[in-house]
Ligand binder design. Structure first.
Ligand SMILES: NC(=O)c1ccc[n+]([C@@H]2O[C@H](COP(=O)([O-])OP(=O)(O)OC[C@H]3O[C@@H](n4cnc5c(N)ncnc54)[C@H](O)[C@@H]3O)[C@@H](O)[C@H]2O)c1
Length: 346
């Protein structure tokens, strides 16, 4: 088999994608793009075999590619993803896939039109050894029946809103920009779709800055099997970045935090939790690429597939809508025909 010809748009976290592609035996990194000349120059020095482009359009239209990594700013993702799919490229996109529900719907339709093309997104916590280990324990029944799950995206980097590019995006959403990592994790760990959400938020932590949106948002989630969830995106918290996670099962309670996680298996007052030492986060920003490349080449299921990506997006869009309207919102579940897609590749 010949190598997959790959290109990367946006060379911040996209530089990490480029590293992952360059070191993959089935890939050839042939194109790089950044509209910032300094970033492009730096990446070109590191990857001299890749052709540099100063615009996404130039890379997409001017280069024969099999795979495009989209790592530009959030509001540019959808147009670049749609163009790449229209040109017959597989796409690995940074989160969020888009900033508007209509754009997510357009990407969904494009995937239906091009069933041979694969799409994934960088909700990379699934590749964290800590959460992969938790998923195995849940699937093996070690926690019993899960009845409640809480995920907090505590970013602790308020300056990214008040001084960085995020704060310049009109109506920047901390749910789409950060909470989506927890949305993906909660959907994956429970294996259940969310039916309905309620949400509240505020912008107190960033008040007085140029950012005028919500820096904090919390949502309650009603899963299809009756499990109840809570998800927060908290950009202003005064603590370092952490993904706090609580999973309550009928047999055990799991708690992720900095340092070892804890698994409680008794209600006794003197009970001691099992310390879980698996690395956290312990994951590179290109950790999802090998399973995605295998999916393109061999038709296998990637760690994050199209329905996973669309499902997390639909959940985040519904939370945004609930934040705006102050009422419960039903969540649309994606219905991409996965079986057909994977059969096509087999
Ligand atoms: N999955 C993760 O854990 C993770 C982590 C960080 C960032 N991200 C996502 O990655 C994206 C980029 O964030 P970042 O932290 O790398 O930002 P960044 O500012 O560090 O880098 C982004 C780069 O992309 C370039 N760029 C942006 N839009 C472009 C366009 N339309 N055409 C060409 N170049 C463009 C910018 O010039 C910049 O050099 C965002 O969508 C963000 O949400 C994801």
């Amino acid at each position: 088999m010949t190598s997959l010809r790959a290109g990367v748009i946006g060379l911040g976290v996209g530089f990490q994608h480029a590293l992952g592609l360059a070191q993959h035996p089935d890939c050839e990194l042939v194109a790089l793009c950044d509209r910032d000349p300094a970033k492009l120059h730096e990446a070109s020095e590191r990857f001299p075999g890749a052709e540099p482009f100063d615009s996404a359009e130039a890379l997409l239209e001017g280069c024969d590619l099999d795979l495009v990594c989209v790592a530009s700013y959030d509001e540019d993702h959808a147009a670049q993803i749609l163009r790449a799919l229209a040109l017959g490229r597989h796409v690995f996109a940074e989160k969020p896939l888009s900033v508007h529900p209509e754009e997510t719907a357009a990407i969904h339709e494009a995937l239906e039109r091009h069933p041979h093309l694969r799409l994934s997104s960088n909700t990379v916590l699934r590749a964290s050894p800590r959460f992969a280990d938790l998923k195995r324990r849940i699937d093996a029944g070690r926690l019993g029946r899960i009845y409640a799950i809480e995920g907090d995206y505590n970013y602790g980097r308020l300056e990214k809103l008040t001084d960085g590019w995020r704060g310049r995006i009109p109506d920047y959403s901390v749910i789409l920009g950060g909470g989506i990592h927890m949305a993906d994790l909660l959907l994956w760990l429970t294996g259940q779709p969310v039916r309905e959400v309620m949400a509240m938020g505020n912008g107190i932590a960033s008040a007085g800055s140029r950012f005028t949106g919500r820096d904090y948002a919390v949502a309650l989630l009603q899963f299809a099997d009756g499990t109840v969830g809570k998800l927060t995106a908290n950009f202003g918290c005064v603590e370092p970045h952490v993904h706090r996670l609580l999973v309550y099962g009928t047999e055990a309670t799991f708690e992720n935090r900095r340092g070892p996680a804890r698994l409680w298996q008794s209600r006794a007052a003197d009970a001691k939790p099992e310390a879980i030492e698996t690395p956290y986060p312990g994951v590179t920003k290109h950790a999802l690429l090998p399973s995605f490349i295998a999916a393109i080449r061999h038709g296998s299921r990637p760690l994050v597939d199209e329905n996973d990506v669309l499902g997390a997006m639909q959940l985040c869009h519904a939370i945004e809508q609930a934040l705006d309207c102050g009422r419960p919102v039903r969540v649309q579940a994606p219905h991409l025909s996965r079986t057909l897609r994977e059969a096509h590749h087999a």
